[in-house]
Design a protein around this ligand. Structure first.
Ligand code: CA
Length: 230
């Protein structure tokens, strides 16, 4: 795969220059935008592979940019925001962002997120309508409804199985509590989110019991969960 084209949306010139210099040094190609309007125009013109998006823009909110881009493209969007507030991250993820980084961030972390997104793109482009899913020692046989960990069948409840399949279908992506509960229970009340924590703790325990070394599910406190591609 060629190095992807990255759209950098950032109104702060010093941060934008830092990101662009990092991308250039790592042989990525990029285009830039410094406002929401410019961001959607650049996204439409260049069809980038990945969008790095600041939320605090001078004209419209970054969350609106996500919603607009999601109207016609599934381009992965990594939010880079000074806002540490969970509600902003959640709004961005629920609008369709794939991941987030909180400022100040290290360039190594930024590059790691870009690489993780690239791996996900490669995986998605190779994925045929899947009859099974494999990640590290984890295997889901969708047709049989069976899950194996390091070759041993795991006994999951139907809700644990649904949760695992949802995370697997979105491997690498942070899913918010609201997204998960709406997909699994069809609702997102406070008690659904409380139940989710209980089910997720049980699921994680089953996934980690056979091999304590590997962590498949990452908790984003106050935000949601992500399955890591191993
Ligand atoms: Ca800004």
């Amino acid at each position: 795969m060629n190095k992807p084209l990255i759209l950098v949306v950032e109104d702060d010139a010093s941060v934008r220059n830092l990101i662009c210099a990092t991308l250039k040094a790592n042989e990525y190609s990029y285009v830039t935008a410094s406002s929401g309007a410019e961001a959607t125009a650049q996204a439409a013109t260049h069809n980038p592979d990945i969008i790095l998006l600041d939320l605090g823009l001078p004209d419209i909110d970054g969350v609106q940019v996500i919603a607009q881009v999601r109207g016609w493209a599934i381009t992965p969007i990594i939010v880079i925001s000074a806002r540490s507030d969970d509600s902003d991250k959640i709004a961005a993820l629920d609008a369709g962002a794939d991941d987030y980084l909180t400022k100040p961030f290290s360039v190594e972390e930024l590059l790691a997120r870009i690489r993780a997104t690239q791996r996900r793109l490669i995986y998605m482009s190779n994925a045929s309508p899947a009859s099974s899913f494999e990640n590290g020692g984890l295997k889901i046989d969708y047709a049989a409804g069976c899950v194996y960990l390091d070759g041993e069948e795991l006994h999951l409840t139907s809700i644990e199985y649904k949760l695992l399949c949802l995370l697997a279908q979105n491997v690498g992506k942070v899913l918010t509590h609201k997204y998960i509960t709406q997909n699994v229970w069809g609702s997102s009340w406070d008690n659904d989110i409380a139940s989710l924590r209980v089910y997720m703790a049980a699921l994680r325990k089953k996934l980690e019991s056979a091999d304590g070394e590997k962590q498949y599910i990452q908790t984003h406190i106050g935000v949601g969960y992500r399955m890591i591609r191993l």
